[in-house]
Design a protein around this ligand. Structure first.
Ligand code: PEP
Length: 253
């Protein structure tokens, strides 16, 4: 089964409006040389329109780092899926570890956001992954399975074409520590097996599973070369245009 690799750049709470636009133009340039790979960037909310403008005419897609699970109304500070679409957004992140473990989002909220985004016609990257103590306790597969089943609860098979899973071990995010290609492949294979038990092996074989956690220009190729790794979700290195360009190149088939 050939799956098109997908590389995401999660800018988190970084860049200015001007530096974000410059970064977006550089990403657009790199992506144009890698037709085999999908590329999506996740800028901060206030810059979405500026970045949408900078990406116009390129193949790079625009994503939101978060979405509200509510459609509209008295939810101060929240941003709805419809508002994001109105700004040119086509992808949303749900379940990122910083939102789970720093901000305190529960599996139930991650699921509500995932369903809201899919229902609104956005594509979703659902992030899952274990913390260091869970890894050391041998619970990696258990945690991934629990977050996967909870995150996708109620998601119909018909929506799966719009879902990507990002396996991001929490201990590897922003730390410079990366899962070995073999360990990452083991986790991805288990995730695909769980998807198979949820939706059947045909769907599982088609679904893309990205790796995230301190991916850089030097380690991307080997990670992305694993049979069940379909590209990556990149934080720190996505802010460095040349490095991100190399990562896009590493994912391209
Ligand atoms: C992320 O934020 O999803 C991420 C993987 O960050 P980093 O690449 O910096 O580890």
């Amino acid at each position: 089964m050939t799956r098109q690799p997908i590389v995401g750049g999660n800018w988190k709470m970084n860049t200015t409006r001007a530096s974000g636009a410059e970064l977006a133009r550089a990403v657009a340039q790199f992506a144009s040389g890698s037709p085999g790979c999908q590329v999506v960037v996740f800028p901060p909310f206030p810059y979405l329109l500026t970045i949408a403008d900078a990406l116009k005419g390129s193949k790079v897609m625009l994503g939101a780092q978060d979405v509200s699970d509510r459609a509209d109304g008295a939810f101060t500070g929240e941003v709805s899926c419809a508002m994001l679409k109105d700004c040119g957004v086509s992808w949303a992140l749900t379940g990122h570890s910083e939102r789970r473990h720093v901000i305190g989002e529960t599996d139930a909220l991650v699921n509500a956001k995932t369903r809201a985004a899919l229902g609104a016609g956005l594509s979703v990257i659902l992030c899952i992954g274990e913390k260091l103590d869970q890894r050391e306790g041998g619970q990696t597969d258990f945690v991934n399975e629990t977050q996967l089943r909870a995150g996708l609860a109620g998601v119909e098979p018909a929506s799966l074409a719009n879902v990507v899973i990002a396996y991001e071990p929490v201990w590897a995010i922003g730390t410079g520590k990366t899962a070995s290609p073999a360990d990452a492949q083991g986790a991805h294979a288990h995730i695909r097996k769980v998807l198979g038990s949820m939706y059947g092996s045909d769907h599982a074989a088609k679904m893309r599973i990205q790796y995230g956690g301190s991916v850089n220009a030097a380690n991307a190729k080997e990670l992305f070369g694993q049979p069940d790794i379909d590209g990556g979700l990149i934080g720190g290195a996505s802010l460095k245009p040349a490095d991100f360009g190399q990562i896009i190149g590493a994912a391209s088939v």
